[in-house]
Ligand binder design. Structure first.
Ligand SMILES: Cc1ncc(COP(=O)(O)O)c(C=O)c1O
Length: 423
């Protein structure tokens, strides 16, 4: 039986890029089909030494009946466990000297939910009939924000400056001259490192954005799903910045704990209270498991060593290898460029003058058992159909085992090479 849906229902029950991505990802993982090359989702790699730490922590919790009762049997307050929030605040105070306490920290059901709550609380339809938007200072930006609005179009995106480097590399940067912050803008938002491009906005650019946000009395939201200090999948010499008009989000997912659905928001107390109230109404409380697993590592700073000594080197080495593996199979005559690898788990491939759209290329690859993400999904908030770049990029995740990556790259290269073959 199909029931008529409300505006809210219609907005969220649609076919979305993130829906397609998670469907592909979930099915590929559940099927166990060895012929499928899953190069699509943001699934973290299984790094054996890291997985072992989580397994060890679970055994420690399971061995202590008091902890089992607390973790599995008790509801937490809607903002998260008070001791955990204090532990997170202390870590950031110790590490970066930020003047924050547990009251500046709130837990959500993953970073995705943090954004659903934050974006809809700050922008969209207001009681007086006006509407407000989130400014994305650099697009392409994370696909997961795109369809989160419960009211009206949420985003105003800005095209990046593109620097072509050598024959096969490129890098985006913020076009500050094109940033227009007017009364309609409720907040500025970016991911750092950026999913999909792996770009990392430098400290100076971030500081400049923070000052712009301050001047206009709006928050700057920085999504650190891959960032410092955890999971630390960031290869540039940059640092996190916080001031009271910034909202930072973190997540346990890319540490290898996506199943715990744990997000962390650091912000001014008023923002934290808003998110906590929304948590209470939408979900009562958060999942306790992720907080319980990670709390001792946060208190001892072990989370920093795990991130810096195990997680970052794994992805940094992989990022360098996959660029070579992909370049080895793409014909030199193909006008391809790979975004400079500065963090996260992805190759952002741009094929300038691609004769078919990236969405068609995605379909062709899917038919051959290779799952990637068509780049067009990441160019939301921009109304410029003449910008070909939007349809010329693919996001390729490199967390799968080497054999899967090499097999997927071979098929990908066959499809792309033949589009440029002259016979
Ligand atoms: C940039 C970015 N932000 C947020 C998320 C949300 O992740 P989670 O809800 O698992 O914390 C992701 C997931 O891939 C992401 O890539």
């Amino acid at each position: 039986m199909k029931y008529p849906l409300s505006t809210f229902g219609n907005r969220l029950a649609l076919q979305s890029g993130i829906g397609e991505l998670m469907q592909d990802l979930g099915q590929a993982l559940a099927s166990g089909d060895e012929n499928l090359c899953m190069l699509g989702g943001g699934q973290p790699a299984h790094i054996p030494q890291v997985d072992q730490i989580w397994a060890q922590r679970l055994s420690e919790i399971a061995a202590d009946p008091q902890q089992v009762n607390r973790v599995l049997g008790d509801y937490q307050p809607p903002g998260g466990d008070a001791a955990f929030r204090d532990a997170v605040a202390s870590l950031f105070r110790r590490e970066f000297g930020w003047p924050i306490s547990g009251e500046n920290v709130c837990i959500t059901a993953g970073g995705q939910t943090a954004f659903f709550l934050l974006l809809n609380a700050l922008a969209g339809q207001f009681d007086d009939g006006t509407t407000k938007k989130i400014l994305l200072p650099i697009v392409p930006e994370y696909i997961g924000y795109a369809d989160q609005s419960t009211s009206c179009e949420l985003f105003r995106g800005v095209r990046p400056l593109i620097e072509r480097i050598g024959d096969h590399e490129f890098k985006y940067s913020i076009d500050f001259d094109s940033l227009r912050i007017d009364d309609q803008i409720a907040a500025i938002c970016l991911s750092r490192p950026t999913n999909p491009s792996s770009n990392v906005i430098g400290d100076e650019e971030l500081q400049r954005l923070a000052e712009l946000a301050d001047q206009h009395g709006i928050p700057l939201i920085v999504d650190n799903a891959y960032g410092d200090p955890f999971p630390g999948v960031i290869f540039t010499d940059t640092s996190p910045i916080w001031n009271p008009s910034m909202v930072l989000t973190y997540s346990l997912s890319k540490l290898g704990l996506p199943g715990t659905r744990t997000g962390i928001v650091i912000a001014d107390q008023a923002v934290i209270e808003t998110i906590s109230s929304m948590n209470a109404i939408t979900s009562l409380a958060n999942n306790n498991v992720g907080q319980a697993i990670i709390q001792p590592l946060i208190e001892s700073d072990e989370i920093l060593t795990v991130s810096r000594e195990l997680i970052r080197p794994f992805y940094q080495q992989r990022a360098a290898e996959v660029q070579t593996w992909l370049s080895d199979v793409l014909d030199d005559s193909v006008p391809y460029r790979i975004h400079r690898s500065e963090g996260a788990f992805f190759i952002w491939l741009w094929v300038e003058g691609l004769p078919i759209t990236s969405a068609e290329l995605y379909d062709r690859l899917k038919r051959r058992g290779v799952l990637v993400i068509s780049g067009h999904y990441f160019f939301f908030g921009i109304d410029d159909p003449s910008w070909d770049h939007r349809n010329e990029c693919l996001r390729i995740s490199f967390t799968a085992p080497e054999s899967v990556l090499r097999k997927g790259f071979a098929i990908l290269a066959e499809e792309i090479n033949q589009l440029f073959a002259t016979n």
